[in-house]
Ligand binder design. Structure first.
Ligand SMILES: [Zn+2]
Length: 234
C-alpha cells in the first residue's frame, strides 16, 4: 500500500463531510422558497375571497339603491294619480306602479340570493383568513429554524475548511495534487477500495496483474477504467 493512502482516506472523509454540508446548505433556500410560495398561494386565495365579498356587497348596495329609486317613483306616480282627471292617464300610472312593484319584488329576490351567497363567501373568507394567520406564523417559525440551521452549517463548514487546510499542509504535495485532480471529477470517491477484484468506484473487474499490484505494491495504483486511486482493504 502506498504510504499516503491512510492520509488520503482521512482527507477524503473530510471532503465527504464538506460535500454533505454543502448539499444540506443548498437545500435550505429551496425549502424557504417552497414554503414562501405556499404562503403566497394561500394569501392570494384569501385576497380573492375578500374581493368576491366586496363585489357581492357592492351588488347588494346597487340593488338596494335601485329599490329605493323605484319606491320613490311609485310615490311620484301616486301623487300624479291624485292630480290627474284623465282615466287613461290614471290607468297608465297604475300600470307603471304595478311594473315598479313587480320589479321591486324581483330585485328583492335577487338581493336575497346575493345575501345567501355573501354568507357563504363570508364564512369561507373568515376560515381561510384564520388558516392563513396560522400558516404565516408556522412559515415564520420554519424560516427562523432554517436560517438557524444555515448559520450552524456555515460555521461547521468553515471549521472543516480550516481543519482541511491544516491537514493538507502535512501531506506530500504530489500525492495531494493527484488526489485533488481526481476528486474534482469524482467528488467523495477519488480513492476507493478494491472489492472482490473490482474497482469500488466504477465496479469494473480488474486484471489479475492490476489486482496483484494493488495488493502487493507500495506505489499508487489507478483504476484503468475510471482513474480512481485504488487500495486494498482486506
Ligand atoms: Zn474504476
Amino acid at each position: 500500500m502506498h504510504p499516503s493512502i491512510p492520509s488520503l482516506l482521512k482527507l477524503q472523509e473530510m471532503d465527504k463531510k464538506i460535500i454533505e454540508i454543502r448539499k444540506l446548505l443548498a437545500k435550505i433556500p429551496v425549502e424557504i422558497e417552497k414554503i414562501q410560495k405556499q404562503l403566497k398561494i394561500e394569501e392570494e386565495k384569501v385576497a380573492q375571497n375578500k374581493k368576491e365579498l366586496l363585489q357581492v356587497d357592492l351588488s347588494i348596495k346597487e340593488i338596494e339603491a335601485e329599490i329605493a329609486e323605484l319606491k320613490s317613483k311609485i310615490n311620484q306616480y301616486k301623487i300624479q294619480q291624485l292630480s290627474t282627471r284623465k282615466n287613461e292617464e290614471y290607468q297608465a300610472l297604475s300600470h307603471q306602479i304595478d311594473n315598479a312593484i313587480q320589479k321591486i319584488s324581483d330585485l328583492e329576490d335577487e338581493a336575497l340570493d346575493l345575501l345567501e351567497k355573501k354568507e357563504g363567501i363570508s364564512k369561507t373568507y373568515k376560515e381561510a383568513d384564520i388558516q392563513l394567520h396560522h400558516l404565516a406564523v408556522e412559515v415564520k417559525k420554519k424560516i427562523e429554524t432554517l436560517s438557524a440551521q444555515k448559520d450552524n452549517l456555515e460555521k461547521t463548514l468553515s471549521q472543516l475548511f480550516e481543519e482541511r487546510k491544516a491537514y493538507i499542509s502535512h501531506l506530500e504535495p504530489n500525492t495531494l495534487q493527484i488526489y485533488q485532480r481526481i476528486a474534482a471529477s469524482k467528488p467523495g470517491s477519488a480513492i476507493t477500495p478494491v472489492i472482490d477484484e473490482t474497482c469500488g468506484g466504477c465496479h469494473m473487474r480488474m486484471t489479475k496483474q492490476a489486482y496483484l499490484k494493488v495488493k502487493a505494491s507500495d506505489a499508487l495504483v489507478f483504476c484503468e477504467y475510471c482513474g480512481r486511486i485504488l487500495y486494498f482493504s482486506e
